[in-house]
Ligand binder design. Structure first.
Ligand code: NAP
Length: 315
């Protein structure tokens, strides 16, 4: 049995791994996809301290992964946890036909993009519909693109897409964007970006590939069919909590509830990063929570007698 199992390989999980393994606490990280999490998809992270010119999300996450591996973290990618069982002295994660036992668990499984659930969305995913501008923007060079959503992700990704597309139209259901002012200012100043406010995407149409999008003006009731090659959806996210047992409490939006030490009501199980209720959904916040959860997991292991208390002074 290992000391700590980390579920999720984004900034929270990898930082937890760095702290735990540096403290010589045997830890394994399970990640259902490639390691790095949603931050991997960010074309440029400008507000992570230490990188004055900004850093590509993929590069930042590769560096975190390497740092964790340098301290000896066992990382197992493409191993999603299907089920977590929590007992007093043992936690077991099931992944396919494998099981992983640990004394403590840090849940850092993050979030996934929310779907709109409109006709054509599933049919044209990968054929014009995308949830990742960083991955797919170059496919739409000199084409017309719609971006749906009015948050930071929609506006940040519109700016990225504008350097490839001929025109980017942001379709937002209200008359005001909720994205940060600095992003909105940049988008409004970009001649390739325009906005359709009070507008909702109703349907996506095409033949094999996406050809057009039907948009409703929710004030006038008017519908228009816009010829487009690409539609990028940034309408929020849903937490990846399907595998959690009922003992782990969730808030009304499905995010993990913790106390101020990031611990759930189950002893030895904590939540960190985007999956946690109250987290600010920033890479720096996820990384900080990974560090806090790791230090508190260490205290938990000491309290159960599984580890000798650290006698080297303060943290
Ligand atoms: P978000 O802030 O929740 O915004 C989602 C957007 O989608 C909102 O504008 C919302 O409209 C719209 N929306 C939701 N459901 C919809 C539906 N069914 N139909 C049409 N529109 C719908 O999500 P996000 O932009 O992914 O950001 C998530 C978090 O990550 C935020 O805390 C954000 O600050 C953070 N983030 C930060 C950065 C950065 O700092 N650079 C970058 C990306 C994300 P309403 O406005 O009407 O609700």
């Amino acid at each position: 049995m290992r000391d700590v199992l980390i579920v999720g390989g984004g900034p929270a999980g990898l930082t937890a791994g760095i702290y735990l393994c540096r403290a010589r606490i045997s830890s394994t990280l399970l990640e259902r996809q490639i390691v790095g999490g949603q931050a991997m998809l960010s074309p440029l992270i400008e507000n992570y301290p230490g990188f004055p010119e900004g850093i590509e999300g993929a590069e930042l996450m590769e560096r975190m992964k390497k740092q964790a591996e340098n301290f000896g973290l066992e990382i197992i990618a493409f191993s999603g946890v299907d089920r977590l069982v929590v007992e007093e002295n043992k936690k077991v994660a099931f992944s396919g036909d494998q099981s992983f036992e640990a004394r403590a668990v840090i849940i850092a499984a993050g979030r996934s993009p929310k779907k709109l659930g409109i006709p054509g969305e599933e049919e044209f995913t990968g054929r014009g519909v995308s949830y990742c501008a960083t991955c797919d923007a170059p496919l739409f060079r000199d084409r017309r693109i719609l971006v749906v959503g009015g948050g930071d992700a929609a506006i940040e990704e519109s700016l990225h897409l504008a350097s490839f597309a001929s025109i980017v139209t942001v379709v937002h259901r209200r008359s005001e964007l909720r994205a940060s002012d600095y992003l909105v200012e940049r988008a409004k100043a970009n001649p390739k970006i325009n906005f359709l406010f009070n507008s909702e995407l109703l349907e996506l149409k095409g033949e094999g590939v996406l050809k057009s999008a039907v948009v409703l003006n929710n004030i006038t009731g008017e519908k228009q069919e816009i010829p487009v090659s690409g539609v990028f959806l940034y309408v929020g996210n849903v937490p990846n909590t399907d595998f959690l047992p009922p003992e782990i409490e969730l808030d009304e939006n499905g995010y993990i509830k913790t106390d101020s030490r990031l611990e759930t009501k189950v002893q030895g199980v904590s939540g960190a990063g985007d999956i946690r209720s109250g987290n600010r959904k920033q890479v720096i916040c996820a990384a900080a929570e990974g560090a806090i959860a790791a230090m508190n997991a260490q205290r938990y292991l000491e309290s159960t007698g599984a580890r000798k208390p650290y006698e080297g002074g303060s943290d």
